[in-house]
Design a protein around this ligand. Structure first.
Ligand code: GNR
Ligand code: NI
Length: 169
C-alpha cells in the first residue's frame, strides 16, 4: 500500500473531469486501497481520485467515528436528491479552510464497488454531504467554487501564500 500525494487548490489538475472505470482490474483494487490509506492517514472522511491526480470516477469515504466503515463508490450517479442541508465543509486539497456549503439533504446513489458489483445507497447528514463533495471533485469542482467570488479570492491568496512559503522552506 502507499500514501499518495494530494493536489492542492488552485492546482489546475483539480478541474479535470474524471472518466468512468470500465475494467475492474487488480490495478483498480490497488488504487482503491491506496486511496483509503491516504484518506485515513490525512486524516479525512473522504477522498476522490481527482485529488491524487487520477482522473477516473473513484471515491472512498468513511464517516464512521472509529474509521471502521470504508465505502467505495466507483462510477457513482445521483439517482435522487431532495431537501437542503447547510454544513461546514473542509477539503484535504484546501487545508485549513472551512466554510458553509448548501447541499441536498437526502440523496440516493447508484455506484459500483471495487469488484464492479452495482449497489444503491441512501444517505443523509454527513454521509450525504461527503458523497456530494466527492462527486463534485470528479466533475472538477472544489467546495470553494460554491463560495462567493470574494471568498474564493481570499482562499486563492491564502493558498498561494502557503505554497510560496512551502517553496522557501
Ligand atoms: O475530510 C474531509 N472532511 C469533510 C468535512 C465536511 C464536508 C466534506 C468533507 S470531505 C474532506 C475530505 C476531502 O477533501 N474529500 O474530498
Ligand atoms: Ni475534498
Amino acid at each position: 500500500m502507499a500514501i499518495l500525494p494530494i493536489l492542492e487548490y488552485p492546482d489546475p489538475r483539480l478541474k479535470r473531469i474524471a472518466r468512468p472505470v470500465t475494467e475492474f482490474t487488480p490495478e483498480i483494487q490497488r488504487r482503491v486501497a491506496d486511496m483509503a490509506e491516504t484518506m485515513y492517514a490525512a486524516p479525512g472522511i473522504g477522498l476522490a481520485a481527482t485529488q491524487v491526480d487520477d482522473h477516473r470516477r473513484i471515491i472512498v469515504i468513511d464517516v464512521s467515528p472509529d474509521k471502521s466503515d470504508l465505502k467505495v463508490f466507483i462510477n457513482p450517479e445521483l439517482i435522487e436528491a431532495d431537501g437542503e442541508i447547510v454544513g461546514e465543509e473542509g477539503c484535504l486539497s484546501v487545508p485549513q479552510v472551512f466554510d458553509r456549503v448548501r447541499r441536498a439533504a437526502h440523496i440516493r446513489v447508484r455506484a459500483q464497488d471495487a469488484t464492479g458489483k452495482p449497489f444503491e445507497l441512501e444517505a443523509t447528514e454527513l454521509l450525504a454531504v461527503c458523497i456530494q463533495h466527492e462527486m463534485d471533485h470528479l466533475m472538477g469542482i472544489v467546495f470553494v467554487d460554491h463560495l462567493s467570488q470574494l471568498k474564493q479570492m481570499r482562499v486563492r491568496n491564502r493558498m498561494n501564500k502557503r505554497h510560496r512559503e512551502a517553496q522557501r522552506a
